[in-house]
Ligand binder design. Structure first.
Ligand SMILES: NC(=O)c1ccc[n+]([C@@H]2O[C@H](COP(=O)([O-])OP(=O)(O)OC[C@H]3O[C@@H](n4cnc5c(N)ncnc54)[C@H](O)[C@@H]3O)[C@@H](O)[C@H]2O)c1
Ligand SMILES: O=C(O)C(=O)C[C@@H](O)[C@H](O)[C@H](O)COP(=O)(O)O
Ligand SMILES: [Zn+2]
Length: 359
């Protein structure tokens, strides 16, 4: 069992990573003095893991209710959020409730946002069941829903009180979803830790085979990096923006192609290649470094190219609305070699056309 602390003063919390955590989490839950919980999950995850999680709370004599939402990125909306509030109100849940997010990043982001808003804020626990959620979305307190005009545009910073990442849940994850999670794993190596990037290159076969030891190390290292970044900059005033590598392009792809058509991790992968190519044009990355990034993403069957239907003109309106934009100017996260990145502004439309349209 691995334990990583996210150090945020009064809002500090542990991330627990291990096998069979869903049914053996009493130790971590006991200290929270729970009264009542509402477990929110979706119709794919519920048949797999809801009973185990409910059983754990019930053994602690906690009154437990659940809500099963429809699955998918296209349901990460204000309408779905409203159905969480409706259920909480029908159950007469008060401010002593604990919301529990059981699922991937979509569930985690929505339940976190519901917790930030319900009766002006109640606590919540993250129980991430995808690789992406275990390495990224369950940690750090970014919560949101999408808007047709932009990804994660309506949201709040609201930290969970506990993250329980049961690595065995990854055994049921479809290959495409596993690969999507690897895009965020690779991101940490590029922006923060060149040794971790090299380790990923060496371990790619073990990771592809979901070797439990390799996977647990990768999840732990990602959570350590994210915890360090978030502890330095909880609300993205500076260094936290680095976690957005590939996302300026990626979010444009997700919104333009229709939420759910490209998985978040797939869009981030194609966006990461574009960010590396832009960095290369600016003399920040060598040809060899860009090739290493592309090869590692390709090893996990991730897309290296943006959708052919999308031209620069399709990206621009989305990228201008990106949350990192400042005074109407787009800012990108660009690597400096492998293991370091910066927020970079001042990229011209002509440079972006050259990058995306090749013209
Ligand atoms: N808040 C953050 O910091 C942050 C970080 C990264 C991504 N995100 C958000 O996370 C979302 C993507 O998350 P995701 O990739 O987990 O997608 P997801 O939540 O849609 O889950 C992927 C699919 O796997 C299914 N699933 C979940 N666990 C499973 C399991 N153990 N076995 C079988 N199937 C399982 C889900 O039902 C879904 O169909 C995006 O909305 C993205 O914007 C947020
Ligand atoms: O935690 C962060 O900070 C991140 O940027 C992590 C990203 O992987 C994640 O996709 C996040 O939701 C993007 O945030 P946004 O502010 O660009 O919507
Ligand atoms: Zn992301």
């Amino acid at each position: 069992m691995e334990r990583i602390q996210v150090e945020l003063g009064q809002r500090s919390y542990p991330i627990i990573i291990g096998a069979q955590l869903l049914s053996q989490a009493e130790t971590w839950l006991q200290s929270l003095a729970l009264n009542r919980v509402l477990i929110v999950t979706n119709d794919v995850v519920a048949p797999l893991y809801l009973d185990a999680v409910e059983g754990t709370f019930q053994r602690l004599n906690v009154r437990t209710d659940h809500l099963v939402l429809p699955d998918g990125e296209s349901y990460k909306t204000l309408d779905t959020l409203e159905s969480i509030f409706a259920r909480a109100l029908e159950l007469n849940l008060g401010r002593d409730v604990m919301l529990v997010a059981l699922g991937g990043g979509v569930i985690g982001d929505m339940v976190g946002f519901a917790a930030a808003c319900y009766q002006r804020g109640v606590p919540f626990i993250q129980i991430p069941t995808t690789l992406l959620a275990q390495v990224d979305s369950s940690v750090g307190g970014k919560t949101a829903v999408n808007h047709p005009l932009g990804k994660n545009m309506i949201g709040a910073f609201h930290q969970p009180v506990l993250v329980l990442a049961d690595t065995e849940t990854l055994n049921t994850l479809p290959d495409r979803e596993f690969a999507a999670g690897m895009a965020e794993v690779i991101k940490y190596g590029i922006i923060w830790d060149s040794a971790f990037f090299s380790w990923l290159e060496q371990q790619r076969e073990a990771l592809m085979a979901r070797d439990p030891q390799a996977l647990t190390y990768a999840i732990r290292r990602c959570c350590e990096i994210k915890a360090e970044v978030v502890a330095q900059d909880e609300t993205e005033q500076g260094v936290r923006a680095l976690l957005n590598l590939g996302h300026t392009f990626g979010h444009a792809i997700e919104a333009e192609m229709g939420y759910g058509s490209w998985l978040h991790g797939e869009a981030v992968a194609a966006g990461t290649v574009l960010a590396c190519q832009l960095a290369q044009q600016l003399g920040r990355m060598s040809d060899e470094d860009v090739a290493r990034v592309s090869a590692l993403l390709a090893a996990f069957n991730l897309p290296l190219l943006a959708p052919s239907a999308m031209r620069c003109a399709d990206f621009l309106p989305h990228m201008l609305r990106d949350k990192k934009s400042l005074a109407g100017k787009i800012r990108f996260i660009l690597p400096q070699g492998i293991g370091h990145a910066d927020v970079v502004g001042g990229i011209s439309e002509a440079q972006l056309q050259q990058l995306i349209d090749g013209a």
